[in-house]
Write a protein that binds this ligand. Structure first.
Ligand code: NAD
Ligand code: DAU
Length: 338
């Protein structure tokens, strides 16, 4: 099978491409990515020359290119998005353009060429849960997004559902919780905390630090997407989460400090994010019952593996933090568009 992956130079896309080529060695992948600040061609440099893998730089909002790529592939796995909540609070324009308009352009092409689509979305579309409650998000939870990022992802989900109902396209959606693992851009909380500690810097914690996320290891997420693509039912949504049991951001930082043998004096409580969602938790029993989804390990185990990865791959994240990574593609392949 030929698979079109959008946003494959980002964190989850990079891990997904590696996962898919290993799990489906006969398949071919086209990675289509705009290489925004979040895209890092270096993360997949070991795949250069692999006959099963092709990387194309471009924007999903370009109808002509998307039309031709979708036509060439049997399956589209759509990750491309602006993904960082704090950036959407500063300026939402690119979020609406890429996440809403870009998804509509993918949907048009999927409809026209009658292809299979899996759309990767987020639990942030559901809004926030109260701290201390046992409540969890599931596939029937009403949408109530709080940030411009979450609203743009909600818009993209609604479009996917509308295309399924109106045009009977073959599509599934997953709404997952916070991913962590290798190759994550260090603006996101866990890699930011680890790399700041390794650099001897302070660790910024928003507000009272008692915000709760449902941490999902990126490989478990990739496996869940594989299960949905191969066993999921068209038109259905699947919620995917990890095994964290309501751990606060402060507790996450303290665990990382302990793994690295550092004291808690580096923690710096700073001004809160506006409109900060208090708690996320996912009920992934539908995916478990219908697809056999189950995270392989618990949070502590994955956190240790992740800390080790950043310790062993300092060159990768130092080049991201210094901005060097943005020159990699041009140095290897020349200017984009040539
Ligand atoms: P990321 O920001 O690391 O990567 C996004 C990628 O998309 C980048 O490589 C970027 O260059 C590319 N991109 C952005 N705009 C584009 C455009 N117009 N055309 C083509 N490519 C473009 O994001 P991520 O963390 O890997 O997230 C991937 C997907 O998963 C997103 O749709 C996100 O909403 C969703 N998601 C992420 C998480 C998480 O915790 N990271 C959780 C739930 C859902
Ligand atoms: O829930 C899924 C979502 O998880 C994805 O859809 C988003 O793409 C992804 O960015 C992530 O959103 P969050 O806003 O939850 O992730 P972030 O890593 O930005 O923050 C995680 C928590 O840590 C959140 O409560 C805010 C807090 N935080 C974050 C940063 C960057 C801090 O306390 N300090 C920080 O410096």
């Amino acid at each position: 099978m030929k698979v079109l992956v959008t946003g494959g130079a980002g964190f989850i896309g990079t891990n997904f491409i590696r996962y898919w080529l290993k799990a489906h060695p006969d398949d071919e992948i086209i990675n289509f990515d705009k290489l925004t600040y979040a895209g890092n061609a270096e993360s997949l440099k070991d795949l250069a020359g692999n006959p099963k893998y092709k990387f194309i730089v471009g924007d999903i909002v370009n109808e002509d290119i998307i039309g031709s790529l979708v036509e060439q592939c049997e399956l589209v796995v759509h990750f491309a998005a602006e993904s960082h909540v704090d950036r959407s609070i500063i300026n939402a324009e690119e979020f609406v353009r890429t996440n809403v308009l870009g998804t509509q352009i993918i949907l048009q092409a999927v409809r026209e060429h009658d292809r299979r689509l899996h759309h990767v979305s987020t639990d942030e579309v559901f809004g926030a849960l109260p701290l201390g409650s046992k409540e969890k998000f599931n596939e029937l939870t009403p949408y109530n997004p709080s940030s411009p990022y979450a609203a743009s992802k909600a818009g993209s989900d609604h479009l996917v559902r509308a295309f399924y109902h109106t045009y009977k396209i073959d599509a599934t959606i997953s709404n997952c919780s916070n991913n962590f693992g290798p190759y994550q851009f260090p603006e996101k909380f866990i890699p930011l905390v680890i790399t700041n500690i390794l650099e001897g810097k302070k660790v910024p914690v928003y507000g009272d630090g008692l915000y709760v996320r449902d941490w999902l290891y990126v490989d478990d997420h990739c496996h869940a997407i594989d299960l949905i693509i191969n066993q999921g039912k068209s038109g259905e949504t699947y919620c995917i989460g990890g095994m964290t049991n309501d751990i606060s951001n402060l507790e996450v930082v303290k665990k990382i400090l302990k793994i690295l043998g550092q004291g808690e004096d580096v923690i710096e409580m700073i001004t809160d994010r506006p409109g900060h969602d208090r708690r996320y938790a996912i009920d992934w029993s539908k995916a478990q019952q219908e697809l056999g989804y189950q995270p392989e390990n618990d949070f502590d185990n994955y956190l240790e593996q992740t800390v080790k990865w950043y310790q062993n791959n300092q060159d990768w994240w130092q080049r991201v933090k210094s901005g060097e990574y943005q020159r990699y593609y041009e140095q290897q392949y020349g200017k984009v568009g040539n």
